[in-house]
Design a protein around this ligand. Structure first.
Ligand code: IMP
Length: 349
């Protein structure tokens, strides 16, 4: 059963408020299959050495909850793509709330090692804020968080450019409705090949030169509207480098070694299939591959090793931001679905 827009309202996308847009979809799949989440709850141990959890819609399907349940059984929990545009809210047994954006949800399992893979775009100040907030709640990442030396760094300049590009697009009513976390511009730097990687933090002199050059691109393109203090960031990153380098490693080697030793690896997808830059509703998508390809390239683990792929689906669909959504529902029905389903994002509100 689907609902169309009420008379006088088109389902065409304009800039959307941050609250998720909702669509009811009560159609049954032709062949109803038991959900893996349900079987995982029934069995004592989910029997897959490498298990991948992906979002199948537009995000916010509840991947974090499932990853949190499964991570109790896994040695390693890894993120492969995306950045702080993703958000997972998890409550522990005592009702404490944890809002995670970059740190894998497995951090709440005290025996799990968490990996941020090469495909992730990493905003270090944001990461350390998250680590600090976890610490305040008694969760230590000490020795348990491993960061790829190949992951690209996302700087405040990328967030600045994200905002400026959205403002430009707003003029023509074509903004994407990004999370303004700098995701698109950071992946653009990676593809342009002038981005900086975590391993660049090992040589701070060349790091400074590279960052100045990268920033010049932004100031040339956006002129006076571009507000980013590159020298201040260079100073800030001297300190951040000291803090992060003990966590930095070759995560491809780490994962392959762990696999060979029989360790169990859970891979936590971020965002979702319909936001995939190749397979989603382009251009209203994110800038990584949240479907299966992004897992392989984002961690360097080949698909032949994956024993289980779990696609998380919720009974209705929600979407944040702009883009096609022909069966969107509006007004009272939308409001009540939003309220009942608590459809307010960890990242977007
Ligand atoms: P970006 O990833 O911030 O560039 O945003 C691109 C589009 O993806 C926007 O429509 C966002 O609202 C959407 N988006 C990105 N990540 C998520 C997510 O984790 N959940 C829901 N929507 C997301």
């Amino acid at each position: 059963m689907q609902f169309s827009a009420p008379p006088g309202r088109t389902a065409r996308c304009t800039g959307r408020p941050a609250a998720r847009r909702v669509q009811l979809c009560l159609t049954r799949p032709a062949q109803a299959r038991p959900s893996v989440a349900a079987s995982a709850q029934k069995t004592e141990r989910f029997d897959a050495q490498i298990c991948v959890v992906l979002g199948t819609q537009w995000g916010d399907e509840g991947k974090g909850k499932l990853v949190d349940i499964l991570s109790q059984q896994y040695d390693i929990v890894a993120r492969a793509q995306g950045g702080a545009n993703a958000g997972h809210t998890i409550y522990d047994d005592a009702g404490n709330k944890y809002a995670l954006h970059l740190v894998p949800s497995g951090i709440l399992n005290k025996t799990a090692t968490c990996v941020i893979g090469n495909g992730v775009v990493l905003h270090l100040p944001g990461l350390f804020e998250e680590i600090e907030s976890l610490k305040k709640k008694g969760v230590s990442v000490e020795g348990r968080l491993k960061i790829s030396d190949r992951a690209h760094l996302l700087f405040d300049l990328h967030k600045e450019i994200d905002g400026l590009r959205e403002a430009e697009l707003a003029g023509s009513g074509k903004q994407i409705g990004t999370t303004k976390r700098g995701i698109g511009p950071a992946y653009a730097s990676k593809a342009t090949r002038n981005g900086l990687r975590v391993c660049d933090l090992r040589s701070l002199d060349t790091f400074a030169d590279k960052l100045r050059k990268l920033s010049l691109d932004g100031s040339k393109r956006f002129g006076e509207g571009y507000a980013y203090d590159v020298e201040a960031d260079i100073v800030k990153y001297q300190e951040l480098a000291k803090q992060v380098l003990p966590m930095v490693t070759d995560t491809v080697d780490l994962l392959h070694t762990a696999y060979a030793e029989g360790k169990r690896i859970l891979i936590e997808g971020a965002n979702a299939t319909m936001l995939d830059v190749d397979f989603g509703t382009y251009p209203y998508v994110t800038s990584s591959n949240p479907s299966i390809g992004g897992i392989a390239t984002g961690l360097g683990l080949p698909p032949s090793k994956y024993d289980a792929l779990i696609g998380v689906v919720k009974a209705y669909t929600t979407r944040v931001g702009a883009g096609p959504y022909p069966t969107e529902v509006f007004d009272t029905l939308a409001e009540s679905l939003r309220a009942i389903g608590k459809e307010y994002g960890t990242t977007t509100g």
